[in-house]
Write a protein that binds this ligand. Sequence first.
Ligand code: SF4
Length: 376
Amino acid sequence: MEMTGLQIFKYLPGAKKEPQANCKECGCPTCMAFALKLAKQNIELSKCPYATAELNEKYLHSIKHPQKTIEIKGLKIGGENVLYRHEKTFINRTILAVLVDCDKLDYQNILNRINEFEIKGVNEIFHVDLVILQNYQKNKSIICNVPTITLEEFETYDLIKIFNKDFHKTKEQLITTRKKAILEKDDNYSNPVCVFMGEKLDLYNTCAQASYYICKYANMLVFEQFDEAMFSTLITLRQNIYTDPQKPLQVESNLYEFNNPDKNSIVFLTTNFALTFFAVANELESLNIPSYLIVIPAEGMSVLTAWSAEKFTAQIVANTLKKLDIKNRINTRTIIIPGLLAHMTEELNEASPDFNFIVGTHEASAIKDFVKKLQL
Ligand code: SF4
């Protein structure tokens, strides 16, 4: 754990009431100010000539990064500094790699399946992260769209490798390694950990065990079999764990189209919070009429939260309409806003006089009935 300002202060002359207390030689008005700055790593410890060797040792240990980051083919592996995501966040998601044996007759078929595999996420398309080529020879033709590395080259990286022969042993090794790295900052355990899943397990067991290892605490998993359903499952799980809980999922601010709209189609408006967007988008998609959805950039906040945080103001809406060139792209001038923002109607109309804002529904699920009534 990093030292707090108060913990640092205890070792300084100010706390010990020594003659040099608050001498300002470090450029700070007091020892406490220096301690607070140092805790944020905004000043060097060496600026205080009276810092003790004990403080130096403790401070250097406290700022040491517990797990190293290793980069392979542009993929960052490791670099974690907490045991649990809720303490801060996890940094680099578990890399999911496939080991492909080029001596096997069907190796290119497997690579073709890997090439075709993709899952569409909110703002990202996921693929297999890495292919490790075993028994690769330069004269062999390889068609692979994802990053590849030969097994020989892969083995040169300083990863802690675990061969998954027994689930309980692997689990214990992973937990011990991560705890030693994070809690004790023990250099012997600071390299990222890679688990080779082995080929003996059936698919269900491989998937179940890999799921556990993604949660605790593999930085990389290498599979000797490739299965689309298993990778879909694991990527989805990984996404749940490695998404930063401090950053709300958001979609791009844009004009979205549903059911082939023309210039006179109905227009809705909402924020860029992913859950809100998909709730509204699903309803609009299932309507049998063409429509548009204007998405306002609101730092991924839901409608009311964005309004109360002033991330959804009449001016932001006006700027977005201009930026997206809505006036020229469509003829419709009526824009349906979320029911929760009914109180904003007047200011929206004032800020964007070319449009007429009307109040829609509180819940996305009521859009269908709302549109029916609108058409009567
Ligand atoms: Fe305190 Fe050291 Fe700064 Fe003097 S130089 S004010 S003793 S922290």
